[in-house]
Design a protein around this ligand. Structure first.
Ligand code: ATP
Length: 557
């Protein structure tokens, strides 16, 4: 349902097209080089040194385009760095996989240090302990801007570190790791004067909310853990209220419904709040959340009395909006709720005033958007991803999925579907074929969802079959394959699903398995996303490209 609602937001912000083109060119080059390296490529795209990838220097001299040539891209046989296959009957200990640490190849790291961004020393020390040594580009742009008290929209592609981009400036000012001149209370709810909640962070799903809390905890450590309180729906509300009363957290992270509910009942006092963060803002501004979001935008960090539209009112709190996809509706919302907000991207910071809406052409016969490129979606894709599609009959989809997993020797696979019943069937069929799989969707309770996620993350489950619930924000660093077993509703949804792999510069593969009658949708996605999505097949344990089409950059029909 959320997916349907969000599909309305295809109005786009202005952006640096030349930069994007450069990225696309490199993406295109990558695609072709992958074709060249064909059978030398280690099917798992996780381990990224040349030797671990199994690359050889030998390169095929010519690339054919618009041909129907069949080229093998990978195989689970004959790889130099062959990994143990997974699943039942492979001799693994109780089905738990040994997790291999993926190296990061084209990580979006910045040339600056955390210290140059204005992050206090004590916080930098903690970052080092948590394994964060260098900021990413978007962090490098966002942290100093937020520290200058500016309202911002942070936009950069999936897996580029946007969470830390807002979390660091907040922790630089609030809590025990703050800078000396921050002016924050800093007691973390443990001692001394209490200022109440100082930061409210809103996310559209429980999973994302819980993930953000874990990111805080990585840095704060166990001793300061209580300064951040999780307020997600589906969890026991009374317990959350008691924890609020007892721990007096400085930061709360949760879903719109639960935060709005607690705020309306007076159990959560947010009028004195300094930061309001909306993570996955385009989703939060969708129809589903409108009432709760309206309440939060009106109340968080706003003392009563003043005119809602006055500038004085706007400056009472700092508004931080975040997403990989920023349609113009978000720009409009930021202008009306924020105070002179800036759009912060990895390499560019611009005032929102300079952005104008992009016309959305409707196709003549229907209400659907045309095949023109969707900038919001194009900008959100990590450059190292490889995209394929495969055309099969409906009844062969699961078998194709299984063959793809084996051909690529994928270790952490996320499969996206649209309907819960079909999703359950797929899990059943995969398990019957000896592939460890689990379902994750909204019909499961909070406990069931977090147990499944835990099992997937620790390697007990190889294939997570899920729906749009997991398309946003879910961070499983090792995920090396995303499969669309049912088509996403539009390019924005394709981009968020795809972004579950290729996190922080890692390689990843996205495969769309569709029927002949759906191929036109894939072609439309190719044009909207300006991506080479190659048609492929799986033969004798290898992924074979069956159609190498010209890159669609110039194809604007
Ligand atoms: N500076 C850094 N050094 C090392 N790892 C980092 C750094 N910043 C973020 N990460 C890690 O990178 C991963 C991706 O970060 P994050 O989830 O914030 O990405 P994102 O841009 O918000 O993605 P999405 O748009 O999909 O939500 C996380 O596991 C995070 O811990």
């Amino acid at each position: 349902m959320q997916s349907l609602v969000s599909s309305k937001f295809l109005v786009l912000v202005g952006e640096s097209f030349p930069m994007r083109r450069a990225l696309l060119n490199s993406r295109f080059a990558w695609f072709h080089s992958s074709v060249r390296c064909t059978s030398h490529v280690e099917p798992n795209h996780g381990s990224l040194t040349l030797s671990t990838l199994g690359f050889e220097t030998e390169i095929e001299p010519k690339i054919r385009t618009k041909s129907k040539m069949v080229k093998p891209l990978g195989s689970s046989e004959g790889f130099k760095n062959k990994r143990k296959p997974f699943g039942i009957g492979t001799g693994e200990k109780k089905g738990v996989r040994v997790l291999s640490k993926q190296e990061i190849e084209s990580a979006p790291f910045a040339a600056k240090s955390f210290s140059e961004l204005g992050v206090p020393e004590v916080l930098i020390e903690r970052l080092g302990k948590a394994g964060f040594d260098v900021p990413t580009e978007v962090q490098s742009a966002a942290v100093p801007t937020i520290l200058k008290n500016r309202d911002v929209i942070i936009q950069s592609y999936t897996g580029s570190g946007k969470t830390l981009a807002y979390l660091l400036p907040i922790l630089s000012v609030i809590g025990p790791l703050r800078g000396e001149n921050s002016g924050g209370d800093g007691d973390g709810g443990e001692t001394g004067k209490k200022l109440g909640v100082e930061a409210v962070i809103v996310a559209p799903s429980r999973e994302l909310g819980m993930q953000i809390v874990r990111e805080f905890e990585k840095i704060l450590g166990m001793d300061n853990k209580k300064m951040v309180q999780q307020l997600v729906g589906g969890a026991n509300r009374t317990r959350q209220e008691e924890a609020l009363k007892k721990n007096k957290p400085a930061i709360v992270v949760g879903t719109p419904g639960r935060i709005a509910e607690l705020s309306a009942s007076g159990k959560l006092r947010t009028h004195g709040c300094r930061y309001l963060v909306l993570d996955e803002v385009d989703e939060l501004l969708s129809f589903n959340f409108r009432e709760d979001m309206h309440r939060l935008l009106e109340h968080v960090g706003r003392r009563s009395g003043a005119d809602l539209n006055s500038n004085a009112k706007k400056t009472e709190r700092q508004l931080i909006m975040v997403s990989a996809t920023v349609p113009f509706s978000v720009v409009r919302a930021a202008k009306s709720w924020g105070c002179d907000p800036l759009l912060v991207q990895a390499k560019k910071i611009v005032p929102l005033e300079t952005l104008s809406p992009e016309p959305v052409k409707l196709s003549q016969s229907s209400n659907t958007t045309s095949s023109m490129p969707s900038k919001a979606a194009v900008e959100s894709l990590p450059p190292a991803l490889k995209h394929y599609y495969c055309v099969v009959r409906l009844q062969h989809k699961v078998d194709t999925l299984r063959r793809c997993i084996h051909a690529l020797d994928a270790k952490f696979v996320i499969v996206f579907m649209n309907h819960t019943k079909q999703l359950k069937d797929v899990v059943f069929k995969l398990e019957a074929r000896g592939v460890k799989a689990a379902e994750l969707h909204g019909d499961l309770g909070k406990l069931g969802r977090s147990t499944t996620l835990k099992k997937f993350k620790n390697g007990e489950v190889r294939v997570l079959v899920t729906n749009e619930l997991s398309a946003r924000g879910l961070d499983v660093a090792e995920c090396d394959l995303v499969v669309n077993l049912e088509l996403p509703t539009d390019s924005i949804h394709y981009a968020h699903r795809a972004g579950r792999t290729g996190r922080l510069g890692r390689n990843g593969t996205v495969l769309t398995i569709c029927e002949e009658s759906e191929v036109f949708v894939v072609r439309k996605l190719k044009k909207q996303l300006e991506l080479p999505i190659a048609c492929c097949n799986f033969v004798e344990g290898k992924l074979l490209v069956t159609e190498e089409e010209e890159h669609t950059l110039t194809d604007t029909s």
